[in-house]
Design a protein around this ligand. Structure first.
Ligand code: CDP
Length: 215
């Protein structure tokens, strides 16, 4: 019998990787972990405690103490939390604490879909399928603007584009597990694709690489 199917999905902010991961997980009946939520939850713990986001020891303690119940707070999806997550995620002890969490999830008997920044490179280097989802910063900013507006969080489009560029720079340049495509990842540029077209492309890739039937 072949090993359970693990699908690793990476990409920059608002590239659509979360939506794709959810749809692929539903299609194949696999559990899904949005690993960005873990970093957002660490940041939220610090914010709620009134602790400076630059306090690396406090961030490491929050990561070590993280529980599944901490991942459902609706505030985790707010724009400011993405920024805050990006800051705590550059702390190596935070990444180390969250690594075993993610690897346990991926090692479940049913297989899994994980999305993040370092899934194909660090968390699941042996995943059967690796996708790197990307789009231009301008298109990602448009998507993030729509998403936030849909949740009633108004923000100027230029400010969102500036966030996206700053986050790309920080996530790509950090020393610990920087954002990058694994050598064996398939790169999917979704700039010209809507959500359904991106899903169709991703499904075709997973089906081919995973040795699966489409059903
Ligand atoms: O949805 P969006 O792409 O804006 O953010 P996210 O996936 O929730 O990730 C928020 C931040 O967490 C990112 O900017 C990264 O700095 C960090 N992160 C990471 O370092 N490694 C991961 N596997 C996932 C997220």
């Amino acid at each position: 019998m072949s090993a359970p199917l693990v699908i690793a999905i990476d990409g920059p902010a608002a590239s659509g990787k979360g939506t794709l991961a959810k749809r692929l997980a539903a299609h194949f009946g696999l559990p899904h972990l949005d690993t960005g939520l873990l970093y957002r939850a660490v940041a939220l713990t610090l914010i709620d405690a009134g602790t400076d986001l630059g306090d690396e020891a406090a961030a490491a303690r929050a990561a070590a103490a993280l529980s599944a119940e901490g991942l459902v707070d609706p505030r985790l999806r707010e724009r400011a939390m993405g920024e805050a997550a990006s800051r705590v995620s550059s702390v190596p002890q935070v990444r180390a604490a969250l690594l075993s969490w993610q690897q346990r999830f991926a090692a479940g008997p049913e297989g899994a879909v994980l999305d993040g920044r370092d899934i194909g490179t660090v968390v699941c280097p042996d995943a059967r399928v690796k996708l790197f989802i990307t789009a231009t910063p301008e298109e990602r900013a448009r998507r993030r603007h729509r998403e936030l507006a849909g949740r009633g969080e108004a923000a100027a489009p230029e400010a969102i584009l500036a966030d996206i560029r700053a986050r790309d720079a920080r996530d790509s340049s950090r020393a610990a597990a920087p954002l990058m495509a694994a050598q064996d990842a398939v790169i999917l540029d979704t700039t010209e694709l809507d959500a359904d077209a991106a899903f169709a492309e991703a499904l075709a890739i997973v089906t081919r690489l995973g040795g699966l039937s489409r059903a």
